[in-house]
Design a protein around this ligand. Sequence first.
Ligand code: AMP
Ligand code: ZN
Length: 475
Amino acid sequence: MLHLYNTLSRKLEPFQPMGAKVKMYTCGPTVYGFAHIGNFRTFITEDLLRRVIEANGYPVIQVMNLTDVDDKTMKGANDRNMPLREFTDIYIKAFFEDLKSLKVEGIAHFPRATDAIPSMLLMIQKLIDKGFAYQAEDKSVYFRVHAFKEYGKLSHLDRQSLVAGASERVNQDEYSKDNLCDFALWKAYDPKIDGPIFWESPYGRGRPGWHIECSAMAQDFLGPSIDLHCGGVDLVFPHHENEIAQSECCNHAPFSRYWLHVEHLHVDGKKMSKSLGNFYTLRDLIDKGFTGREVRALMAQSHYRMPLNFTLEGLNSVRQALDRIDQFLDRLKNSDSSGAEEFPIEETESAFMDAVNQDLNFPKAFAILFDMIRDVNKGLDQKKLSQHAVKKILSSIENLDRILGCLQKEEQSVSEAVLELVEARKLARSERRFQDADKIRNEIIALGYELEDVTNGTKVKKRHPCNIQKNTVTD
Ligand code: AMP
Ligand code: ZN
C-alpha cells in the first residue's frame, strides 16, 4: 500500500483517496520566462507520484495551474510593451514543449489564472461576507489572518507570532517569513506599476493576489475538498498556508487531505532560482547535448525529500547508467539464449513497487532494477535463460517504465546531411580510400555525432558532451 509523508501531519501516512478518482492539485509555473530544471524537479516528481498512484489502481485527475498574472508576469509584459496574454503565451508554449521532452504526461487540466478571475472574485466576496476579509483604505482586499483559528497548521509556525504580525500589510506576492501578516486577495490598481493590466471588480480596478488564484482554480476543477496538493518546499509558507485559509474559510470543509512537498534542486548548496541566476533551463542542457530523458532520470533517481545538488558530472553519470540499461535492453531483444531457466522477474517487480510505495523511494527502486540487470546479464552470459524468461523480463521492464518514463531509448533524429556523409564514408571504405573515409568521419564528428562500426553497418548517434575532446579519430 502506498504511504506518503504528509506535510500537514508530519507523518508517513497510508494514502487513502476519498472517492473513485484521486483529486490532485499541483501548483504550476509562473510563466514569465523558461522554467528551470529546479522547477522541473518538482514537476517530474509530481508526475512520478501520479504514475505511482495510478499503478496502485486509482485513476487520478491532476490539475496544474499556470500563473499567468502576478508581479513578475506583469513586469515582464510591461517591460516589453506587450499585452500580458501575448507575453505569457510564449512561455506557456515553451513549457508544454519541455513537459513533452521530460515525459511529464497525463495532466488533465492546465487552467490559466487569468481565465479564473470571476471564480476568484466570487470567493473573495464570500470571504468578505463571512468576516474573513476586508477592503482596506488602499482599496486592496486582505485576508484577516487572525480570524482563521487554524492558520499555521501546515507550516507548523507559531500562531502567536503570525497573529502578532497580522496588523502589517504587504501588498506583494512574495514576502519573507518575517512579514507574517494579512495577505492580499485583491490588489488595487496602481497605474504606475501595472500599466494597462487590470480587471474591473466590485472593489475597483485591480488584479488577484497569487494565493487566491490556486484556491479558485482547485475549486473550479476539483471541488472544495481534494485528496492531494503538491509543490516545492518553498510553497509551504505562505502560499499553501494561505490557500488553506482561503479555501477552508470559504467552504467550511477541509481543503486537502495530503500535502506533498518536493525539496529543492541546489547548485553549490543554494536553491536553483532565477533570482540567484544559478539556473539551467532544459533548453540550456539540450544545447549542451543532453536529453529530456537524462534530466528526467536524474530527478527520478534521487529522493524527493532530500535536496539534490545539480552538476553536469551528475548528469553525465546518469547518462552512463542509462547507457547500461540501453545495452541491456538491446542484448535482451537480440538474445538467442536457448536455456531452460526462468528468471524470478515478478520478485523484482514487487520489490520495485514496495520501494516506490514507501514514500516514493526511487533510489531503492533503481538499485533493485540494477541488481536485476546484473543477475540477468549473468544468466545471458551462461546462456541459461529461456526465451520465455527473456520475453517476460522485457515486458516487466515496459511495466516499470510506465512509472519511470525513462527506461526506453528515445528515437534519435539524425539529419539528412549526416546520413549522406555516413553513406559517403561507407563508399570510401569499400573502395579502400581510407584517407577520404577519415576525413568524412571527422566531418561527422564535427557536426556533433559519433560513429560505431558494427557487424552489419555503421551506427550513428548524437555525441555525448563528455566525449567532446575526442573529435578527431582515424579509421
Ligand atoms: P514558480 O515558477 O516559481 O511558481 O515555481 C514552480 C514550482 O517549482 C513550484 O512548485 C516551486 O516550489 C518549484 N521550484 C522552484 N524552484 C525550485 C528548485 N530549485 N527546486 C525544486 N523545485 C523548485
Ligand atoms: Zn499554487
